[in-house]
Design a binder for this molecule. Structure first.
Ligand SMILES: [Zn+2]
Length: 69
C-alpha cells in the first residue's frame, strides 16, 4: 500500500507540471483583433476581442429592434 501511495503522488506532480507548461504556452499566444488592432490572448467570433464583439452585438440589437418596429 505504501508503494502505490508514493506512485500516486508522483503522478500528481507530473500532471501539475504539464498543466503549468500548457498555461505558459497559452499566455504567450497573442491574437490581433480585427476591430481595434489590439493584441489579446482571447479572440472571439469574427476575429474580434471582447470589447469589439460587445459593440458589434449592440449594433446588431439596434438593427433587430428597428426591423421589428
Ligand atoms: Zn478589438
Amino acid at each position: 500500500m505504501e508503494f502505490s501511495g508514493s506512485k500516486m503522488q508522483l503522478l500528481a506532480v507530473t500532471d501539475l507540471n504539464e498543466q503549468e507548461a500548457e498555461l505558459t504556452n497559452a499566455q504567450s499566444k497573442q491574437y490581433t483583433c480585427k476591430g481595434c488592432g489590439k493584441e489579446t490572448p482571447n479572440l472571439f467570433q469574427y476575429d474580434l476581442c471582447r470589447d469589439c464583439l460587445n459593440q458589434t452585438f449592440r449594433r446588431l440589437i439596434k438593427v433587430i429592434d428597428s426591423v421589428r418596429k
